[in-house]
Write a protein that binds this ligand. Sequence first.
Ligand SMILES: [Zn+2]
Length: 336
Amino acid sequence: MSVAKSPSWARQKEGGSFTRLPVTTMLNGAELNVPLHVITGRKKGPTFGIITNTHGDEFLATMAIREFVNGLDTAKLSGRIVLVSVANPMATAGFGRLTPEQHGRTDLHEVYPGNARGNTTQMIAAVITENVLHHVDALIDFHSGGSGGRLQARVDHNSKAPAELKARNIALARAFGAPFVHENEFAGSAAHYLNSIGVVAVNPEVGGCYLGPATSQYYTAMMVKGLTGMLKHMGMLKGNAKPPRQIDFNTKARRELRPRFSGYLNSHYEEPQDLGKLIKAGTRLGEVIDLYSYEVIEEITAPFDGYLFFSRYSGMVGAGTQAFALAEKAGSRWLA
Ligand SMILES: [Zn+2]
């Protein structure tokens, strides 16, 4: 963006740096800051932004990004990666999704471009907007299943983007290579703000937390491969990112299955390979067991033929929380 003053990291030569951008102070007396990594390649090229831990409890993506950047050779990189490793440190400190503060919107995913004189969540967004969003050619806001125990494997793109930008969003989303791309509601997110000023931005959401070692490794490998594919697509690494066959679906085809009652969810779909499966109408996905009476109080079944695009591990569920989600077959399309 021409309106924005160039940040100091824009002068970085080949190599990497780590700094902290001050936001405000917290009630424990410490400064609240946002961590910023900048990795500059030997050759000129685009600036690619990555923000992650927008939701404080979604940490598998953070660890996969670490693995990815540690394996990068700047001699082979064209351009620059600007990376916010923990976008909402206060949410992360509380092992939660939202900022623990008293007033206003506390989901960092809903307040962009932020406000330097707003609540703390808005102040965080404003610092990221000024120092990162205004200086990138493309960006991903990387999410993961959080402490609710869900498994994810898709890249979301903005349903409200104009046609030409939407096509560029989808091309970047597809380069990640996840089983799904999903046209989703983006209001208030960093990607939505960037799209509103004409910059490509999408939201991967992959894996989950506290998975077993095999599943953690499976998703970490998917994420490292996905980031590599996106940088190839951007022309920042050599090679082509030929996407696999993927399913694209919009919000109309999306159906979240939420238990009506609280209890222990006995999930029948707990393997990463389950995501992308076509589930026939009437198939039972899981049941809720009452912790008090030991009775099965609810069966969760597929309302229509649909592709399973997120699932949940067995464990505690509160009434009305997300358990499974299907992309209705009739409203989904295969991308070659
Ligand atoms: Zn998230």
